[in-house]
Design a protein around this ligand. Structure first.
Ligand code: HEC
Length: 129
């Protein structure tokens, strides 16, 4: 099959280059279409996503309510390799980092990808822009 294809290509080549016939217009193949990557998943701005996922019932940007503020979490972990730990904590809940009050599991409300996005935001210092 491959051999036949190559033969056909060579034949076409020679036919195309033969001076007796006008050379056909070569249309480039849309090669990009086949190799194109799926677009990166896009999320709403972090605070908007946190709002949609009910995180803001316990967390605010600057003030402790039931849970620590985003800023306090950010300051505690900024620059540390805590991404996996924090994703796990948000998904499955837990206590002890900021006191005895536990965070309930959120896995039924927020996907791992969305959690990772919010944790990345926190580890960057929770910028509002
Ligand atoms: C019912 C209240 C509540 C909700 C809802 C809640 N949290 Fe929490 N969260 C807490 C408490 C309490 C803590 C402190 C836990 C501790 O001291 O270990 C906490 C801690 C955290 C931490 C730091 C964990 C650590 O170990 O330092 C992160 C990150 C976090 N929450 C993110 C989220 C995100 C994202 C959502 C929304 C999907 C969310 N939280 C929803 C109460 C909540």
């Amino acid at each position: 099959m491959r051999h036949l294809f190559i033969t056909a290509l060579i034949t076409t080549f020679f036919t195309a280059c033969s001076p007796s016939k006008p050379s056909p217009k070569v249309t480039p193949m849309p090669a990009e279409a086949a190799t194109e990557q799926p677009a990166a998943q896009t999320f709403p701005p972090p605070l908007q996503l946190a709002q949609q996922k009910n995180c803001l019932t316990c967390h605010t940007l600057n003030n402790k309510i039931v849970g620590p503020s985003w800023r306090a979490i950010s300051e505690k972990y900024k620059g540390q390799d805590m991404k996996a730990t924090l994703i796990d904590k948000v998904q499955n809940g837990g206590q002890g980092s900021f006191g005895a009050v536990a965070m309930p599991a959120n896995a039924s409300k927020i996907s791992v990808d969305e959690t990772a996005y919010l944790v990345d935001w926190l580890l960057k210092g929770a910028p509002t822009q």
